[in-house]
Design a protein around this ligand. Structure first.
Ligand code: NDP
Ligand code: 2IT
Length: 464
């Protein structure tokens, strides 16, 4: 039986940490719910370290870490296909640059607000620290919804967004990339506009298409990295590898698709994928080519999948289990939530464990609710938290920055080998840190403590 993640913390200290976290919160600002969710997990993980080493308190590290360096919020005016002016809100949160230039994706989705971007930016600080590379943490985006828009409209929006964003970014200052709703198409338009405004051809964005400065493997990096991480975690924990095993995946975007691709490459059988409207369950294994066609070329709903594969089942969101996601109720050896935050509830966690799942790895950012995570840790299954498991994407972004700075391009094999090394190193470091702090097997505490130490030590060394 693995140790309870909270067992090593003095309960009085924990109570004090909880009170402190509560004091930071404005209860009237619901937008910040996800930010506090992310912050609370980290602060509870690091409490024993923080309380045992006075240098952190003396340097007010927690107070400084939970406040972004700055937040830019701006109006984005653009013209739609009917020559109507549309108005959205754009953001960039520059959270912490103790370890390097602010680095993190841009999300275009109607649910984007300041709180969502603070949660993502905060997670990004520790994630980027875990990669061991010189990158700080940031995040940005807009409530713009690219769904149903023409390429022309997306281009207009990206150009208008960059009209403001270019003032705050630069290859040594802040380097955005993709996230939900932002892929190679959007990065291309954003890059083109930055170049036009500044007359500078430089590595200011990552995730660029390969033929004008992107890195090979960046599109695959997050999904592949999630699977590399899982293989290492299973090995460390003495569990069987993924070969021949049934896996469940949620999402059908960049991360999900490449996780599925790598699972097949290792001989596993990924049987589910999903989008915001429903889940596909294909017991013979998800048809990857069809998935790419539907989600990347046609950009349509997964509903069309079942029409081509009558043996598969399409479960619309309206038929999902109460408080849950359909994918997590299908028996599997390993599960990979790769869609969005809080998509895996306590009820889902219970269903996974009951059905014999031995491993859950987070491809999305914070996809499991806190009570689901607690349940996984109590159950003693392998649990790979997002900030460690999905760090492969940003790691290869840093390799793209490096290639741009050198005016070089590396081969697919070289980047893949680097990615694998980085993921194995992250996993080993997280497992060893958990061991060192008396919470063996708890990768949540391991990741939070290892990431925190690197950032905090840099903040102390750099002074105020
Ligand atoms: P994409 O935009 O490529 O795909 C997102 C997928 O998630 C789509 O299938 C989308 O469905 C689904 N989705 C999005 N929002 C919701 C929602 N509110 N409810 C249900 N389903 C939803 O994004 P990515 O694959 O890049 O990102 C997925 C996750 O991985 C995010 O949490 C992101 O932050 C994280 N991540 C991404 C990295 C990257 O390199 N891209 C790196 C590390 C983490 P639909 O098609 O219907 O919109
Ligand atoms: O959440 C993430 O790590 C990303 N969306 C990737 C960020 C990046 O800079 O590549």
């Amino acid at each position: 039986m693995k140790q309870n993640r909270l067992a090593s913390v003095d309960q009085k200290d924990l109570e004090r940490a909880r009170k402190y976290i509560k004091s930071l919160r404005n209860p009237n600002c619901r937008e910040d719910d996800v930010f506090f969710q992310a912050m609370e997990e980290v602060l509870l993980s690091i409490a024993p370290l923080y309380l045992s080493d006075p240098k952190y308190k003396e340097n007010a590290i927690v107070q400084r870490l939970v406040k972004p360096d700055r937040i830019f919020k701006f109006k984005v005016e653009w013209m739609d296909r009917n020559n109507q002016i549309q108005v959205n809100t754009g953001y960039r949160v520059q959270f912490n640059n103790a370890l390097g230039p602010y680095k993190g994706g841009l999300r275009f989705h109607p649910s984007v607000n300041e709180g969502v971007l603070k949660f993502l930016g905060f997670e990004q600080i520790l994630k980027n620290a875990l990669t061991g590379l010189p990158i700080g943490g940031g995040k940005g985006g807009s409530d713009f919804d690219p769904k149903g828009k023409t390429d022309f409209e997306v281009m207009n929006f990206c150009s208008a967004y960059m009209q403001e964003l270019h003032k705050y970014i630069g290859p040594r200052i802040d380097v955005p990339a993709g996230d939900i709703g932002v892929g190679a198409r959007e990065i291309g338009y954003l890059f083109g506009q930055y170049k036009k405004i500044t007359s500078s051809y430089e590595g200011v964005l990552t995730g660029k298409p390969f033929f004008f400065g992107g890195s090979l493997m960046r599109p695959e990096a997050t999904g592949y990295g999630v699977v590399y991480f899982t293989e290492k975690m299973l090995e460390i924990e003495g569990k069987k590898p993924l070969e021949g095993k049934v896996c469940t995946v949620s999402g059908s975007g960049n991360v999900a698709l490449h996780a599925i691709e790598k699972l097949y490459a290792l001989g596993a059988v990924p049987v589910t994928c999903s989008d915001s409207k429903g889940t596909v369950y294909d017991p013979r294994g998800v048809d990857l080519d069809l998935l790419k066609e539907l989600k990347f070329e046609k950009r349509v709903s997964l509903e069309e999948y079942a029409g081509k594969h009558p043996e598969s089942q399409y479960i619309p969101v309206s038929e999902y289990p109460k408080d849950g996601h359909a994918a997590w109720h299908i028996p599997c050896y390993a599960a990979f939530p790769c869609a969005t935050q809080n998509e895996l509830s306590l009820a889902d966690a219970k269903a996974l464990v009951k059905n014999g799942c031995v491993s859950v790895t987070e491809g999305a950012n914070m996809p499991s609710t806190p009570d689901a995570i607690h349940y996984f840790l109590e159950s003693g299954i392998c649990f790979g938290p997002a900030k460690a498991a999905n760090a492969g994407g940003v790691a290869v972004s840093a390799l793209e920055m490096s290639q741009n700075a050198q005016m070089m391009r590396w081969s697919f094999e070289k980047v893949d080998a680097e990615l694998k090394d980085i993921m194995v190193h992250i996993c080993t470091n997280v497992a060893q840190t958990a061991d060192e702090y008396g919470v063996t097997g708890n990768y949540v505490d391991g990741a939070n403590i290892a990431g925190f130490k690197r950032v905090a030590d840099a903040m102390i060394a750099e002074g105020i």
